[in-house]
Design a protein around this ligand. Sequence first.
Ligand code: COA
Length: 188
Amino acid sequence: MNSAATIPLNDGRVLIRPISMDDVSPTYVDWLRDPEINQYLETRHTEQTLASVGDFVRAMIASPDQHLFAICLGPEQRHVGNIRVGPVKHPHGLADVSLFIGDRSAWGQGVATAAIKLISRFAIETLGLRKLNAGVYGPNTGSAKAFLRAGYQQEGLRRRHYLMGSEMVDALEFGLCAEDLDTKRQIP
Ligand SMILES: CC(C)(COP(=O)(O)OP(=O)(O)OC[C@H]1O[C@@H](n2cnc3c(N)ncnc32)[C@H](O)[C@@H]1OP(=O)(O)O)[C@@H](O)C(=O)NCCC(=O)NCCS
């Protein structure tokens, strides 16, 4: 984690801060085990336990090329989900952005959109990245809309790319270039 990432990023309502081992809790594990939450997440393919989530978070904290943030909401800064930029592909100045909001009571309030805006500005302005990418399952309308609202453009569609059980679903590719911060599609 870049040292600049120790500063929480805040839009006045949604705050993102670097994850810590204290965030690894039964609630966090339950989020990842919930079939409605994990239906579009690759984590659903492996069993999620306190130990496995702890290993994952420890590895993220140790890696210089991963930046995993807790998404927090409200005056009490309640942890409602996570957002990550990484791995950073240095030769290209690229990284992936991915997220989940585990606390269902936080859905539909613009939290994902706000967190994507905050981490994208951090990735471009603080990490100096040139471009960010996000992959979304075709039926995941909420996630696709959140990336578009945050200034990303849809750049691709891979037909029948993923399997959800026996159903083949498209994969949508979204991208945000550093220049997009300074255009009409900029992150507000
Ligand atoms: C998908 C997810 C990220 C959306 O988070 P959110 O905080 O509810 O999203 P926002 O409130 O910022 O909503 C963005 C837009 O999507 C819409 N939306 C949100 N959830 C939706 C859903 N389930 N179906 C349709 N539209 C939805 C919102 O109404 C909003 O639309 P608008 O811009 O027209 O007002 C969240 O539900 C989630 O984490 N789900 C489980 C894990 C997951 O799918 N992660 C993403 C993997 S790519």
